[in-house]
Design a protein around this ligand. Structure first.
Ligand SMILES: Nc1ncnc2c1ncn2[C@@H]1O[C@H](COP(=O)(O)OP(=O)(O)OP(=O)(O)O)[C@@H](O)[C@H]1O
Ligand SMILES: Cc1ncsc1CCO
Ligand SMILES: [Mg+2]
Length: 279
């Protein structure tokens, strides 16, 4: 099946002032982003949140998550290193966030790889009002039910057209879907945004997907339109990746530069270089 992200005959780019305004709002509002997340990339998520202009907190004790999320602008639920206790904490924090109107970003890391991950991702989607579901192509394909392949935490891609897969996932889950890859696809089921920022070096580092969720949460914390905010966040993160990339440097040099470039990214830079196409 042809990949409809390649068809740019009807390309219409979102005005750069929109992502720029959201980045400025993150920087001035410095929203607290509460994470319940995996133990592999937790420190990277904290620091990329700061580089975006927001404030991270990681808290997962069931005893305190309801109290913590009440002070947050957004909640990230990342199932990368799941345990039964974490699921309990995610449900408590997610319910409280929903009561308070705080947007929840779900990162279904490795869904499809095991029964536990798949059952948990569906349980979170069924129980909570998720604002943004951010996953790689394989993860979104699994949750769309249209075919996706995942090994460990790595995407093996989707069975059909990526845009239609993301759209079907958004419709069936009632969320904004942000499907990452060389071109990120963001959709609320009707509108579709293709984010053409980023660099292949981002795929050679563990945790860029988790960091993309943190940055997305920082942006949705200051926005009403979660699809536009997700696209803006992925454009900002992708642009930092473009600027961090250098032909010869290794993955860890790139990683350091990725943090520095996001921290140094100005709203004007983003206005001039965000490549968000609306279909
Ligand atoms: N080939 C690429 N070209 C440009 N950007 C990319 C490419 N691959 C990944 N990215 C960017 O890297 C980020 C992470 O996306 P990716 O789909 O690799 O997540 P993931 O595989 O879930 O990550 P993780 O390593 O955390 O499991 C996104 O912001 C995406 O836009
Ligand atoms: C490698 C890995 N395993 C569980 S979470 C994680 C990091 C991001 O996907
Ligand atoms: Mg990857």
């Amino acid at each position: 099946m042809p990949d409809s992200t390649n068809n740019s005959s009807s390309a219409r780019f979102v005005d750069g002032a929109i992502p720029a305004g959201l980045l400025a709002a993150v920087r001035s509002g410095r929203p607290l982003v509460h994470h319940i997340t995996n133990s592999v990339t937790i420190n990277d998520c904290a620091n990329i949140t700061i580089c975006a202009g927001a404030a991270p907190v990681m808290a997962e004790a069931p005893e305190e998550v309801a109290g913590m999320v009440a002070a947050a602008g957004a909640l990230v639920l990342n199932i990368g290193t799941l345990s039964a206790a974490q699921v309990e904490a995610m449900l408590i924090a997610g319910r409280r966030a929903n009561e308070l109107g705080i947007p929840v970003v779900l990162d279904p890391v490795g869904v499809g790889a095991t029964e536990f991950r798949t059952a948990t991702a569906h349980r979170l989607l069924d129980t909570l009002d998720i604002a943004v579901l951010k996953g790689n192509a394989g993860e979104i394909g699994v949750l769309a039910g249209t075919g996706g392949s995942v090994r460990g935490v790595d995407s093996g891609g989707v069975a059909g057209d990526p845009v239609e897969t993301a759209r079907e996932c958004a419709r069936s889950t009632g969320t904004v879907v942000a499907m990452t890859g060389a071109i990120d696809v963001v959709t609320d089921g009707s509108r579709v945004f293709l984010v053409r920022n980023g660099n292949p070096a981002m795929d050679r580092l563990s945790g860029t997907g988790c960091m993309a969720s943190s940055v997305t949460a920082a942006f949705v914390a200051v926005a009403d339109d979660y699809a536009v905010a997700s696209a803006a966040a992925l454009a900002a993160f992708g642009l930092a990746g473009e600027r961090a990339a250098c032909g010869a440097c290794g993955p860890y040099t790139f990683r350091t530069a990725l943090f520095d470039e996001l921290a140094g990214l100005s709203p004007d830079d983003l206005a001039g270089h965000a490549r968000i196409e609306e279909r």
